[in-house]
Design a protein around this ligand. Structure first.
Ligand code: SF4
Length: 734
């Protein structure tokens, strides 16, 4: 294939000789792009391409998706279970039966000696929904521990909590098609072009057809902020003050939708009383946004016929994360911008199947958005699974971020990690190291044996990767899409579903609880349990999902039997009056008093530390760190620092520096840029032994999500630049 000038030095791309393509769905971010993976005549996986007929990505892929086929043979894949009795000893290979027998015996031992909840499970947003559902059945129905959570507590817990508080249930109400209808978009703490490039492309396409104001709220001049009409560089952690001021202006100037408020919400008087305190002058002193901008944005938003919010980690990863989500929901409810085209508050999820775990994993409750706290939900699930309802706990157990402190105190003795890497992803990783050392038994189940947390495992289980398996993901806009198996699991590995099912046979040898083997059969169980729930997918099956290139829930059996086909895009929640999930059908307007409770810069640690993602990498680089075309564009940890601050510290562009907090230090390359203000530095979160050695991670009181983006640090120039360069290269690991 030729590109560029065809007559002189054309760029030649070798023919991959693809003999056949298999439909699947990208396994990185929550955008949910449909991918086809190509194999050559010898059965080797050689290429990835976007699916033209898929509504989400319409043939496009980002840098990660384009090279996703390289993951099957990436370095570091595990190919046999590994066992050791004590940390410090070497791992020895063990058979699958030996590994799973040992794991069962250790879980039983710990539970017998210390109680059922002394063994904890932390799962992920990466595996398939059918696998989440099965893990939930195993954990809640057979093992019986209540200390079971997902690593989604690090990314989406505040969104879940905020939706539940405002609307009575989790479930993002909007969809990507809203970009085509909105008249004003406010993006909070989201660098969409780098984090979710294909969602950004959908937004950009909508903006090219029809101009509307794009407002980006972010302390950093991100790529998204540079493309915005208005950038509000809010002070870290003060979004709630800004939201209260926007509501103040809307109510003071009579710009609210009184009819919608009266018909669909409760709590307006309490909200009005709170926001009365937040006039723009008062708020400006807290959030750093000038009064005129506050008034201007409030008017633009409230006067738009349809207006929407999107957000990601800038809101969620905060001590006020849940309140920040409620603040956006409040704004949407005040102006009647819920459940209508272009009017929504849409959380942009992180991992490919963060939504699947929210809906079906039973981490925070029971399948299909059921609650452990409701006896009728416990009874329904217990009957369906054929277990005693009394075996289910009556309220949720510890969040992931509370499980680690419970290990420190000895409350938890054993831990099973499924596709998550806390030694890189958790705040204050020095503390996490010490915590992991205390465990009597740690199981790491992951596709990659070289992922960092495995240093502390007693048992390692090698799992099949992404499209070596079959099942579904749910994306940000509630679209269920299909991962078809492209190739068989690597020799020596098992799919996560197979691992869960084999453990279930050990915990329930008489087969009292049914654990189907085929993903499509598991989906049938989920379909039954979804009937009548908000996340109703009873009209779907795997084949129809593939045929339609993904289907948004709800899509009910009644719709299917009536011959209704799911529309390609544009299914929304709460489209009819009083259809929220509280018993009275009304959403809650919730007052948000603001207390600034973060660690703040001072004379000793004078910079805010901000962290976030890069377009080339995904999470802790267990995958993208090994894909050459991703890794080469962003090979080492770096830190953005404002040139004025750098001059004062005697730091030049691309010199190595030591960044120090009260928790630890990290070596990074300094990149001088105006993207960060004078009192802030930014470090990507992907690298091992880097930014999370520094972060404090205070927890949001509602969601228990850590504040990754609000810590204080100082910066020191490193005298020996050559040694620093060597250490930095060694630390990059891949
Ligand atoms: Fe995959 Fe997300 Fe990139 Fe789409 S935008 S190709 S889902 S990583």
């Amino acid at each position: 294939m030729l590109f560029g000038r065809h007559s002189k030095n054309p760029i030649r791309i070798a023919d991959k000789e693809v003999a056949g393509w298999t439909y699947t769905t990208c396994g990185y971010c929550s955008t949910g792009c449909a991918i086809e993976v190509g194999k050559n005549a010898r059965g080797q996986v050689v290429a990835s391409r976007g699916v033209g007929g898929a509504d989400v990505n319409r043939g496009k892929l980002c840098l990660k998706g384009m090279f996703e086929h390289e993951l099957f043979d990436a370095k570091g894949r595990g190919d046999e279970p590994l066992l050791r009795r004590h940390l410090g000893e070497s791992f020895a290979p063990v058979s699958w039966d030996g590994a799973l027998d040992h794991m069962t015996a250790e879980i039983r031992r710990i539970q017998a000696q210390h109680g059922r909840d002394a063994f904890a499970v932390v799962s992920t947003g990466q595996i398939l929904t059918e696998e989440f559902y099965t893990l939930g059945k195993l954990t809640r129905g057979l093992i019986g521990t209540n200390n079971y959570d997902g690593n989604t507590t690090l990314c989406m817990a505040s969104a879940v909590s905020g939706y539940k508080r405002s609307f009575g249930s989790d479930g993002p109400p909007g969809c990507y098609q809203d970009f085509e209808h909105t008249d004003c978009l406010i993006a909070w703490g989201s660098n969409l072009p780098e984090q979710h490039p294909i969602i950004y492309w959908r937004l950009k396409e909508a903006l090219e057809k029809r101009r509307f104001p794009l407002i980006v709220v972010d302390p950093r001049v991100t790529m998204f902020a540079q493309f915005a009409d208005i950038h509000l560089p809010v002070k870290p952690g003060t979004d709630v003050a800004l939201q209260n001021a926007l509501m103040h202006v809307i109510l003071a100037e009579g710009l609210e939708n009184a009819e919608y408020i009266a018909g669909n919400t409760t709590g307006i008087d309490e909200l009005r009383a709170e926001v009365a305190k937040w006039d723009p002058t008062t708020a400006a002193a807290v959030c750093g946004i000038d009064e005129d901008s506050i008034r201007n944005v409030a008017r633009l938003y409230a006067r738009a016929p349809a207006a929407m919010h999107i957000w990601t980690m800038g809101i969620n990863q905060s001590t006020h994360g849940s309140d920040g989500v409620v603040g956006m929901n409040n704004l949407a409810l005040l102006t009647g911008n819920v459940g209508k085209p272009g009017g929504t508050a849409l959380s942009i999820t992180g991992q490919c199947n963060a939504m699947g775990t929210r809906e079906w994993s039973s981490c925070s409750g029971l399948p299909g958005y059921r609650a452990l706290e409701k006896p009728e939900h416990r009874a329904e699930i217990a009957q369906f699974w054929n277990i005693d309802p009394a075996f289910l706990p009556q309220k949720r157990g510890l969040f992931q971020t509370d499980i680690f402190p419970a290990i420190e105190t000895g409350q938890i003795r054993g831990l099973w990690l499924v596709a998550t890497n806390p030694l890189t992803s958790m705040p204050n990783t020095a503390r996490i190291r010490k915590t992991l050392e205390k465990l009597e038994f740690l199981v790491v189940q992951d596709s990659y044996a070289d992922m960092e947390t495995n240093q502390y495992a007693h048992l390692y289980l090698p799992a099949a990767v992404w499209a070596e398996k079959e099942g579904t993901f749910t994306n940000t806009e509630r679209r269920v899409n299909l991962v078809r198996r492209v190739t068989e699991p690597r020799t020596g590995t098992k799919s996560d579903l197979e691992i869960f099912n084999e453990l279930a046979r050990r915990f329930d040898p008489e087969g009292r609880v049914r654990f189907p083997e085929r993903p499509a059969e598991v989906f049938e169980e989920m379909r039954e349990l979804s009937r009548g729930r908000l996340c109703d997918l009873s009209g779907m099956d795997h084949d129809l999902i593939e045929q339609r290139r993904g289907i948004q829930w709800p899509f009910t059996r009644d719709q299917r039997e009536a011959g209704e086909m799911p529309p390609p895009g544009g299914v929304r929640l709460y489209t009819t009056p009083r259809s929220f999930q509280y018993p009275d059908g009304c959403a809650k307007l919730i007052p948000l008093p603001f207390v600034d409770n973060n660690e703040r810069p001072d004379t000793q640690y004078p910079f805010w530390l901000n962290s976030g993602r890069l377009v080339e990498h995904f999470h802790t680089r267990t995958r993208t760190g090994k894909v050459g075309n991703n890794n080469k564009y962003s090979p080492i940890p770096f830190m953005e620092i404002n040139p004025d601050a750098a001059v004062e510290l005697g730091i030049r562009h691309q010199e190595y520096v030591r960044c120090v907090s009260r928790r630890g230090d990290a070596l990074v390359m300094a990149m001088l840029t105006q993207r960060v203000p004078r009192d802030m530095v930014f470090i990507p979160f992907h690298f091992f032994d880097c930014v999370n050695r520094l972060t404090l991670g205070l927890l949001d009181p509602h969601s228990r999500q850590p504040a990754f983006k609000q810590s204080a640090v100082r910066v020191e120039r490193v005298a020996d630049q050559t040694a620093a360069a060597r250490l930095c290269l060694e630390a990059r690991k891949y």
